[in-house]
Ligand binder design. Structure first.
Ligand code: SF4
Length: 105
């Protein structure tokens, strides 16, 4: 009986885990991000920037919405993909603590 090297087993397990993660991420692409989700809460996402608490977010300015953010992707619709959250859809009128002005690096 031939023994399988320990390294080969670890590589196979790592590959299976990576494929699982990629599948979960791909399944979420295009799905609307909801405010109550852990991911949304972790970045302070709100679907409507008018509801941002300026006291809790002192750097927030009324001109900041997902539409004006560097992470928003193609399109002009009401809901668009955001690269900061693995291309999940966000409301164009939304906002989160990752907001970054378009054209900045
Ligand atoms: S990173 Fe930008 S586009 Fe994405 S949710 Fe936050 S503010 Fe909106």
């Amino acid at each position: 009986m031939k023994l399988v090297p320990r390294r080969a087993i670890l590589l196979a397990l790592g590959l299976v885990a990576t494929i699982g993660s990629a599948r979960r991420a791909a399944a979420a692409v295009g799905k609307l991000l909801e405010e109550g989700e852990p991911l949304a809460r972790s970045i302070g996402y709100v679907a409507n920037a008018r509801t941002v608490d300026p006291v809790a977010n002192p750097g927030f300015k009324r001109s900041q919405t997902c539409t004006t953010c560097a992470f928003i992707k193609f399109g002009t619709g009401k809901q668009r993909a955001c690269s900061a959250v693995a291309d999940r859809l966000v409301e164009s009128a939304g906002w989160c603590k990752l907001w970054k002005i378009r054209g900045s690096k």
